[in-house]
Unconditional design. Structure first.
Length: 310
């Protein structure tokens, strides 16, 4: 099957329409339409349903999509292997990890700190929210992602590479900002800000208050950690966050760390990845090992070196 047809199909799905896909691929719309018709003729099935508002996948197209992505990725790996080109590693990370933790690791990785020959890999980094990263990993568009634990299992192999300390933060004008030795019960009288349902900040609140009181109030700031930090900075509530996610604002004084008497449990940093990557497998595992050696706190799992499947 001509890979051009598969690439046309996948690009239409990713861009949402034939005209956007044609622009992305540098084709005329008529050329792209011909490729799609030839693909459907070869498969003897309609894979896209056209309408004035765009295109949608048929059931056959939905079944074809993961195979098409896998085929295109295999073609790319073959070209790199035959052409003696460096393996490509597609990496994803949450913004706080990408800004506060990964730069030094990727710089060291590029200098060969992960082992002979591994630094030659071509690393592409995508910074996004948890839902996007998990979707991209599941769809085969990313090979490895770094996330904070949110208490929910994920599919595929994963490993705790380290831990970050949890901080309770609010604005300098909040009534508890200068208090010392706060009891957990005092915090539970306040509103807790969480970024979205199922996020790390909500998991930390649940874990903090589970044995204390069911009365903890939550203020949802849907999908935006930056907005959550801004609201906390204005004293609108308290947020429990990994230190890396709050470090910049703590350094500038926009946020203050509350002095909580009972220590807050640390939060895990997880690596999740795909298998069957051919030449990219070695640099992927080398990057994970380098991340484990340079995590904010060493991971307990690094004593065993055994990945767990979530």
């Amino acid at each position: 099957m001509d890979s051009r047809y598969l690439r046309a199909f996948v690009t239409v799905v990713d861009t949402g329409g034939i005209s956007a896909a044609a622009a992305a691929l540098g084709y005329a719309q008529s050329t792209l339409s011909v490729q799609l018709r030839r693909l459907e003729k070869e498969l003897d099935a309609e894979v896209l349903r056209r309408s004035p508002t765009g295109t949608t996948l048929t059931e056959a197209g939905r079944l074809l999509l993961p195979y098409a992505r896998e085929s295109l990725e295999l073609e790319e790996r073959m070209r790199r292997a035959v052409g003696d080109r460096a393996p490509r590693l597609r990496l994803g990370a949450l913004e706080s990890l990408a800004v506060e933790w990964l730069p030094d690791i990727l710089a060291a990785f590029g200098r060969g700190a992960a082992g002979p020959g591994t630094g030659a890999a071509e690393v592409r980094l995508k910074v996004a929210g948890r839902a996007v990263l998990q979707e991209e990993l599941a769809a085969g568009r990313l090979d490895l992602v770094f996330l904070f634990d949110n208490g929910a299992p994920g599919g595929g192999p994963s490993l705790v590479v380290g831990h970050d300390r949890t901080v309770a933060v609010t604005g300098p004008g909040h009534r508890l900002a200068r208090a010392r030795g706060l009891a957990p019960e005092e915090l539970l009288e306040e509103e807790f800000l969480v970024a979205e349902a199922g996020c790390t900040s909500q998991m930390l609140v649940d874990r903090f208050g589970r044995d204390l009181s069911p009365r903890a109030r939550l203020g949802m700031v849907t999908g935006s950690l930056a907005a959550l930090r801004r609201l906390a900075a204005h004293g609108r509530g308290i947020a429990l966050l990994p230190h890396l996610a709050a470090r910049q604002d703590l350094d500038t004084g926009e946020l203050v760390e509350l002095d909580v008497r009972q220590g807050l449990e640390p939060v895990s940093i997880e690596a999740r990845w795909r298998t069957g990557l051919g030449p990219a497998e070695r640099p992927l595992q080398a990057l994970i090992s380098l991340a484990r050696r340079n995590a904010p706190w060493a991971a307990e799992s690094s004593l065993t070196g055994v990945a767990r499947s979530a």
